[in-house]
Design a binder for this molecule. Structure first.
Ligand code: ADP
Ligand code: MG
Length: 324
């Protein structure tokens, strides 16, 4: 994983647009009176909120644009901005469960939805959970488009409807999550599901953004045409090191705690890596628990004692009865 720069941006999904972390000169320009210089500018006002409101923010969706994310976003942009070509390309993002694949897929959708006009549906997103046949793949797309999904529809009818609707909404890309699920089918079923994806790529010159656990790469590798057309990216597990330290420095700037925390120490990093197995999901769960304990206890920062408490899920009763 490449290095994170100090200007990495962070954001809350579903909230205001992404926030660029301040550069050093921004920091100098900020008035001395600000109590929350350890936080990103967008989080200053949140730090003033009551305990329950801050806990809700901590438990909400947080997205850090660490270098792998920025790199993938820029490739996505390159794909989407390219004029339609006869040989359309796609991307395949693999990684273990909890590595951040679906979060990234949502980030792409949100980024491009925001740029589009009111009625435009530029990116369609489906999940292949349990899908083993082209018919189901088309059915999922129709559902995503709120289109007609009659069980009586034959695969060829669905295919024609999907092509017509995707053209009508000027779809610019198709997100396909959980692609490894096609592997659960027979060789014939796998081919059928993957053929549907290839067909849409060819027929509509539609870039496909595919996501799945590491085994998904196998499904694509088994098909020469798909293999050649998809650029691979991997979201790996996290290990103690400078990239992890940078990620942790970004995340503490986003937690509305009133005092500065250090998670980039060897001890904290070792703790988080050990108890999460390096999964981003596990890391974020521990950090969220720790931050909630920090608010409830009034400590207002995460230190090694609070980090130990992160192994325990905060008590919901304590959260509901928290007073400022
Ligand atoms: N870019 C990110 N920044 C911060 N937290 C993230 C990020 N991506 C994922 N997470 C955390 O990891 C969890 C699991 O991510 P998810 O996208 O569902 O993983 P996957 O789809 O690879 O199984 C999310 O709920 C979130 O807490
Ligand atoms: Mg997922």
């Amino acid at each position: 994983m490449s290095e994170l720069t100090h200007s990495a941006s962070i954001e809350h999904l579903g909230a205001s647009p992404s926030v660029i972390l301040p550069t050093h000169s921004d920091k100098e320009a900020r008035p001395e009176s600000c109590n929350y210089r350890h936080l990103a500018a967008s989080v200053h006002s949140q730090a003033e909120l009551g305990k329950q409101e801050r806990i809700a923010i901590i438990r909400g969706d947080l997205v850090v644009r660490y270098p792998a994310i920025t790199h993938m976003l820029s490739y996505t942009r390159w794909l989407l901005d390219a004029p339609p070509r006869t040989r359309t390309t796609g991307m395949l993002v693999t990684g273990p469960v909890g590595a951040g694949k679906t979060t990234f897929a949502r980030l792409i959708q949100r980024t491009y939805a925001r740029r589009s006009g009111a009625d435009a549906v530029p990116i369609i997103s489906i999940s292949l959970t349990g899908a083993r046949h082209a018919r189901t793949v088309y059915g999922r797309i129709l559902e995503a488009l709120n289109g007609p999904v009659k069980t009586s529809h034959r695969t060829s009818d669905r295919e024609a409807t999907v092509v017509r609707l995707l053209k009508a909404v000027h779809c610019r890309a198709l997100i396909v999550d959980e692609v490894q699920d096609v592997l659960a089918g027979s060789v014939q079923e796998q081919r059928s599901a993957l053929d549907a994806i290839k067909f849409l790529m060819n027929e509509l010159q539609l870039p496909i953004l595919a996501f799945g656990v590491t085994a998904a790469a196998e499904a694509f590798r088994s098909d020469m045409h798909l293999d050649a057309r998809f650029k691979r990216f991997e979201l790996a597990t996290w290990e103690v090191g400078s990239s992890f330290a940078n990620f942790l420095r970004s995340i503490v700037r986003l937690l509305p705690l009133r005092k500065p925390s250090r998670l980039d120490t060897e001890t904290a990093m070792n703790f988080l890596a050990k108890h999460s197995g390096g999964s981003l999901d596990g890391i974020m769960t521990l950090i969220r628990h720790a931050a909630v304990h920090a608010v409830l206890s009034g400590e207002e920062l995460i230190d090694s004692a609070i980090l130990q408490q992160a192994l325990t899920v905060p008590d919901t009763e304590d959260i509901h009865s928290a007073v400022d």
